[in-house]
Design a protein around this ligand. Structure first.
Ligand code: FAD
Length: 814
């Protein structure tokens, strides 16, 4: 066996093989793949996955990974046998709620460029002849969905990698990983030591064990048992194909799926109790024994699903369960995969918790990441660094992974908060918010008021129209009243869920200048809005930087990934310290026409425009509370973000609430906050822009100063600027102001889906339904008529000049 390698890939399941194929294609040499099991049926999850590929997904990234999988798997074969059977995918509805959801899914597919159709029950039966058409209301059909043969795909991709020089070794167990000075140095295996500076762990549910060998223990995934059973031959079912003539079928109302296996049927179920295991409880591969990723079938958990299977597909009544397994595969706290490089150990990469559906795409993504430093499509939902510290606790990982197993086929509303564990993170204002009857949603574990029942009385003052059932979920007319009261008088908002950090030390300015696009070398007391770009000029984050001292900066960030990015770029000389202060720093936004009078009534500091201008920061007192005050506003009104240490948060809230009575200033919730920011055209990172977009396309070129010197992504940005934008984030106003959409809906021009909505809501102060959308440049001119599809209905909309509210910025600068 080789004693050195450019990269060692641990695991020859579908993900490891895909990574090897893509890495060698991207020019990597000396790629060595090892698996404890025999090639290519190595005993992991891939070895027994029935391989259903349903591409449609609420996440654009996941849908793209799946579509790439279909394309790639269709190109592959092993000894003349195909790796993919494009039989089509059908999802049926047995309840009105599901039928509505399928109509929404049809829209999602159009947004992400996947061809799909809605079918009548009769048309569904034509595609899936065992179905009892009388049980269903209709179906959602994707002609390009199908069946991927996991082991065959692994072999085909493995062979391609081998043809480009990769070496594969089965029955070779990784037993240790040597790390020196924070970097991978070698891999120990049962057949010898391989020197290498790069390891890619594609060990699936064994991932935590491999991570621990490197000291990069990321116990973020939980192996779960999932039931799959094969029937005896179905009477009358003759198959032309050894695989399937029928479409693959999903029955999400009962958390089940089906596929044909020649003359038999396969039945999968997620409707049983969650059955988690510890990664360490999973055995090694042993020849002649049951594969380690298979647990004994528990028939009692399959009784209900089996009854339901025979009800939906009555021909199955003439069959028995011939064989069943409790197969194991990985679940994570948010259901997403885990990709990226360890923070603790350089050169230790992972691509885990990936489905067969997304394996080709994930292999490509991790290869681009390892090759260019950044993937081509937005990785934020898969990045292993997306979790806050509490989300890495074993208790959280287990509870949430079990929940994500249960929710695999649930209808999930875009605003739906997690059920458990709650409350997890509470701001110092929490008790007061409860007293005000806050309706809490949740963000990154923080309890976040969406509106306050105490504001119901505002409805006598402000007229707020009702909403349809879907956009009216997690909503109350009080949201509209709070919005209008903010514009008319003012409101205080809890900003706890913002990730807050400090950058301090003699090297702080230099680091921030290098990582961001705007000029930050400004006098102490300045605040800047700026971007962190990746090397391909994609917007990695938009952040707010307040210079509080020559060597002291306070940062408003979008999450733990931002901190990881900064730490990754820290100079070696220890001249900069980044500290996450989110937990012990609270923040209240005080905004509206009365904001200055209100805060001034509590402070001896001069808050006049002359003394405390727009986009300035100062350390002042509000009552007894020392605060860092930033004169900024995400809602487009005069006012401040007031940051204080958490121990004094309640006092700050009480002072503002009490003094606010005189000015009619209310406590406002996140619902109002969202509508206010949309009216003002402020972008929300993650929804309106991601690493797939650059600042110019997003309409935010003002936060880029090309003359400030070098910064990460500058070279690529210059190239993109020269090429000119191919698409534009555009502001749409819907003609029917009673229609409010939620985001991810397709946008049509000349009856063709050309773009998708990023975020949307109602602008109560302007009386308009607003939707921001990515559109190709040629349809993004102001005045252009387009249509937005919402549950199958088309709504006329016009590309409009933005911002829709106070374009002259008079209110904020007031
Ligand atoms: P694996 O296939 O588990 O590969 C990991 C490899 O790492 C293993 O071969 C293992 O031997 C090796 N390894 C571990 N430790 C070591 C070590 N120390 N040294 C050397 N090698 C090591 N997905 C879909 O998309 N569609 C489906 O319809 C579908 N149905 C499923 C049904 C069932 C019953 C199950 C169990 C899973 C299903 N999945 C499905 C999920 C899918 O199978 C997995 O997500 C996918 O196969 C994971 O691939 P992988 O390469 O990451 O992991």
């Amino acid at each position: 066996m080789e004693n050195s390698a450019g990269v060692v890939i641990v695991g020859a399941g579908i993900v490891g093989c895909s990574a090897a194929e893509h890495l060698t294609r991207m020019g990597w040499r000396d790629v060595v793949v090892v698996d404890q099991g025999p090639l290519f049926e190595a005993g992991g999850s891939t070895s027994h996955a029935p391989g259903l590929v349903f591409q449609t997904n609420p996440s654009k990234t996941m849908a793209e990974l799946a579509s790439y999988g279909v394309k790639r798997y269709s190109e592959l074969e092993v000894d003349g046998k195909p790796c993919f059977y494009g039989v089509g995918g059908l999802e049926v509805a047995t309840t009105p709620e599901r039928w509505k959801e399928l109509r929404r899914k049809h829209g999602l597919a159009a947004s992400w460029g996947i061809e799909s159709a809605l079918l009548s029950p009769e048309e569904c039966v034509e595609k899936s002849p065992l179905l009892d058409g009388s049980r269903i209301l209709g179906g959602y059909f994707v002609p390009s969905d199908g069946i991927a043969k996991g082991v065959r795909v692994s072999e085909a991709m493995g062979r391609e990698a081998i043809s480009r020089g990769a070496k594969f070794h089965g029955e070779t167990e990784v037993t240790g990983i040597e790390v020196k000075d924070g970097r991978v140095r070698a891999v120990e295996t049962s057949r010898g030591r391989i020197e290498t500076e790069v390891v890619l762990s594609c060990a699936g549910m064994w991932g935590p064990r491999i991570g621990r060998m490197a000291g990069a223990f990321v116990p973020l995934l939980t192996p779960m048992q999932h039931q799959y059973a094969w029937t005896t031959p179905v009477p009358g079912l003759e198959a032309d194909s050894e695989e399937s003539d029928h479409v693959i079928l999903r029955h999400q109302d009962s958390a089940m799926y089906f596929r044909q296996h020649g003359e038999r049927y396969g039945v999968g179920s997620y409707s049983h109790r969650s059955m988690p295991l510890l990664s360490d409880e999973i055995g090694r591969y042993e020849a002649g024994k049951v594969m380690p990723s298979i647990k004994e079938f528990t028939p009692e958990d399959f009784e209900g699903p089996w009854d339901e299977a025979r009800s939906l597909l009555p021909d199955l009544s003439g069959t028995e369960i011939e064989r069943g397994i409790n197969g194991l595969f990985s679940f994570t706290p948010d259901g997403g995969s885990l990709l990226g490089e360890s923070r603790e150990v350089r050169g230790f990469w992972m691509a885990e918790a990936v489905w067969v559906t997304h394996a080709a795409g994930a292999g490509r993504m991790i290869s681009e990441w390892m090759t260019d430093g950044v993937p081509n499509i937005d990785p934020s939902g898969l990045d292993v660094h997306r979790f806050d510290k509490h989300q890495k606790s074993p208790a959280y990982v287990l509870a949430r992974s079990s929940q994500s197993f249960q929710e695999v086929y649930d209808i999930i509303h875009p605003l739906q908060p997690m059920d458990e564990p709650r409350p997890l993170r509470t701001s110092p204002f929490y008790t007061r918010q409860r007293e005000l009857g806050a309706y809490f949603l949740e963000a990154s574990g923080w309890e976040r008021p969406q509106w306050y029942a105490a504001n119901e009385s505002l409805l006598a003052e402000f007229d707020v129209a009702d909403r349809d059932e879907w956009s009216g979920r997690y909503w109350s007319p009080i949201v509209g009243a709070e919005h209008l009261a903010t514009r008319e008088r003012g409101a205080i908002f809890d900003m706890a869920s913002l990730t807050k950090a400090t950058a301090t030390g003699p090297g702080a300015l230099e680091l921030l200048q290098r990582l961001t696009t705007n000029q930050l070398d400004k006098p102490v007391g300045s605040v800047s809005y700026t971007f962190m770009l990746d090397e391909k000029a994609g917007v990695k984050s938009d952040i707010t930087v307040a210079r509080l001292g020559e060597e002291r900066f306070q940062l408003g960030l979008n999450g733990p990934r931002d901190i990881e990015w900064m730490e990754r770029h820290l100079p070696q000389d220890g001249s900069v310290r980044i500290e996450d202060i989110s937990g012990h720093t609270c923040c209240v936004g005080v905004w509206g026409p009365s904001a200055r009078e209100l805060v001034q009534s509590l402070s001896l500091d001069d808050l006049s425009n002359e003394a405390f201008g727009f986009f300035k920061a100062r350390e002042i007192y509000v009552g007894e509370v020392p605060v860092v005050a930033l004169r900024v506003s995400y809602v487009g009104e005069l006012g401040w973000e007031l940051y204080a240490s958490a121990d004094m948060g309640m006092r700050l809230w009480d002072l503002l609430r009490e003094a606010g009575q005189k000015f009619g200033v209310i406590a406002g919730g996140r619902g109002a906050f969202s509508g206010l920011r949309l009216e003002k055209g402020y972008r929300l990172w993650g929804a309106d822009m991601t690493t797939e977009h650059d600042p110019y396309e997003a309409g935010l070129g003002f936060a880029v100063k090309l003359d400030k010197g070098d910064f990460v992504g500058k070279e690529a940005l210059l190239r993109r600027k020269e090429e000119g934008p191919r698409r534009k984030l555009s502001c749409l106003v819907l003609e029917d102001s009673s229609a409010v959409v939620m985001g991810s809906e397709p946008v049509y021009a000349d009856d063709r889906a050309v773009g998708y909505v990023t975020s949307a809501g109602y602008g109560y102060a302007i009386g308009k339904s607003i939707a921001y959308a990515w559109l190709p440049s040629e349809v993004s001119q102001e005045g252009r008529e387009v249509e937005v599809a919402y549950f199958g209905e088309r709504y006329s909309a016009t590309v409009s000049e933005e911002p829709l509210f106070d374009p002259a910025m008079k209110r904020m600068r007031g």
